[in-house]
Ligand binder design. Structure first.
Ligand code: CAA
Length: 283
C-alpha cells in the first residue's frame, strides 16, 4: 500500500523540517505537539523556509500554497493513528519516545509504519516496546531538513523487507538519498560527527584554541561549512550531550566520554541557538 499520509510527532526544528519536505513532496501531513504555541511557531517557520525556496525560483508560489494547505496540526496524539506513516521527532530521551509510542499504539491502523527520527537510540529496543516491531524503523533526517540530502534508514532486528522498501521509496519521492545503517549506537553520521564535536569542546576546554580559532580552523582548514562549535550550537548542546552519552554507555569505551565543559553548558541551560546562548551568544 502506497504511503500518502504522514503523522509527525514534535514540531521542533526536526519535526517542522520533516513536515516541510513531506508537504512539498505531495504527502498529507498531520503535525502534532503538546503545545499550541509550538505548532503555530512551526507553521510560521515552515512558511518562511518555503518562501526562501520560492524566492530562489526553485518552486512556485502555487507550490508553496498547496504545500502549506497539506499541513494540518493537532494537539491530540491519537489523531495520528489515521495516517500511513508516523515519524516521531520528539525530544532525544528514550522514556519520552517510549511513552509516545505506547499512547499512540491503540489508535493505529494495522498497516501504519512507525518510525523514529532518533539520532542515536537503539531502534531494536524502541521497536520491541511496540505491537509492530516488523513495521518499525529508524528514519533519521539531518538538520536543516529542507537542505540536507541524506536520510539514514536503520532497520531494527525484526524490521521486515516490505517496511524497508516502503521507506526507501519515500526517501526517493522526497528527492533525498537514503543511506542504510546498522542498528548500533548513533548509527553512521553521529558515530563520526559527535566525537568530532566533542573533541572540539575538549580543544576549547584544554585551552588549545578559543571558540573562534577552533571554528575558523575547521572551516578554512578542513572546508567544513560550519565550525564544530557553531554546528554544536545549531544542533543543540543537549542533543549533542545525549548522543555522546548513548555512545559512551552503548560502546563502553572511554574515548566517547562527554567533555565536562559540554556537560556544564547543558547544566547551565546554555543549549545553543535555541536557548539564545551556547558557545556563541545569540541574544
Ligand atoms: N529551509 C530551507 N532552506 C534553507 C534552510 C531551511 N531551514 N536553511 C538554509 N536554507 C537554504 C538557504 O536558503 C540557502 O539556499 P541557496 O543555496 O539556494 O542560496 C542555502 O540553504 C544555504 O543557506 P544560507 O546561505 O542561509 O547559509 P549557509 O550558506 O551558511 O548554509 C547551512 C547554511 C546549509 C546550514 C550550512 O552552514 C551547512 O551545511 N552547515 C552544516 C549543517 C550540518 O552539518 N548538518 C548536519 C547536522 S548533524 C544532524 O543533523 C544529525 C543529528 O542527528 C544531530
Amino acid at each position: 500500500m502506497a504511503i500518502q499520509s504522514v503523522g509527525v510527532i514534535g514540531a521542533g526544528q526536526m519535526g517542522n523540517g520533516i513536515a516541510h519536505v513531506f508537504a512539498l513532496a505531495g504527502f498529507d501531513v498531520l503535525l502534532s505537539d503538546v503545545s499550541r504555541e509550538a505548532l503555530d511557531k512551526a507553521i510560521s517557520l515552515i512558511d518562511r523556509n518555503i518562501e526562501r525556496q520560492v524566492s530562489k525560483g526553485r518552486i512556485s508560489s502555487e507550490d508553496k500554497q498547496s504545500a502549506l494547505a497539506r499541513i494540518k496540526t493537532t494537539l491530540n496524539l491519537p489523531d495520528l493513528g489515521q495516517t500511513d506513516l508516523v515519524i516521531e521527532a520528539a525530544t532525544e530521551r528514550e522514556s519520552v519516545k517510549q511513552a509516545i509510542f505506547e499512547d499512540l499504539q491503540p489508535h493505529l491502523q494495522p498497516h501504519t509504519i512507525l518510525t523514529s527520527n532518533t539520532s542515536s537510540i537503539s531502534i531494536t529496543r524502541l521497536a520491541s516496546r511496540t505491537d509492530r516491531p516488523e513495521k518499525f524503523m529508524g528514519f533519521h533526517f539531518m538538520n536543516p531538513v529542507p537542505v540536507m540530502q541524506l536520510v539514514e534508514l536503520i532497520r531494527g532486528i525484526a524490521t521486515d523487507e516490505a517496511t524497508y522498501k516502503a521507506l526507501h521509496e519515500v526517501v526517493g519521492k522526497l528527492g533525498k538519498t537514503a543511506a542504510s545503517a546498522e542498528d548500533f549506537p548513533a548509527f553512521i553520521v553521529n558515530r563520526i560527527l559527535m566525537p568530532m564535536i566533542n573533541e572540539a569542546v575538549y580543544t576549547l576546554y584544554e585551552g588549545v584554541g578559543n571558540v573562534r580559532s577552533i571554528d575558523e580552523s575547521m572551516k578554512l582548514g578542513a572546508n567544513h561549512p560550519m565550525g564544530p562549535l557553531e554546528l554544536a550550537d545549531f544542533i543543540g548542546l543537549d542533543t549533542c550531550l545525549a548522543i555522546m552519552n548513548v555512545l559512551h554507555d552503548g560502546l563502553a569505551d572511554t574515548k566517547y566520554r562527554p567533555c565536562p565543559l559540554l556537560t556544564k553548558y547543558v547544566e547551565a541551560g546554555w543549549l545553543g541557538r535555541k536557548s539564545g546562548r551556547g558557545f556563541y551568544d545569540y541574544r
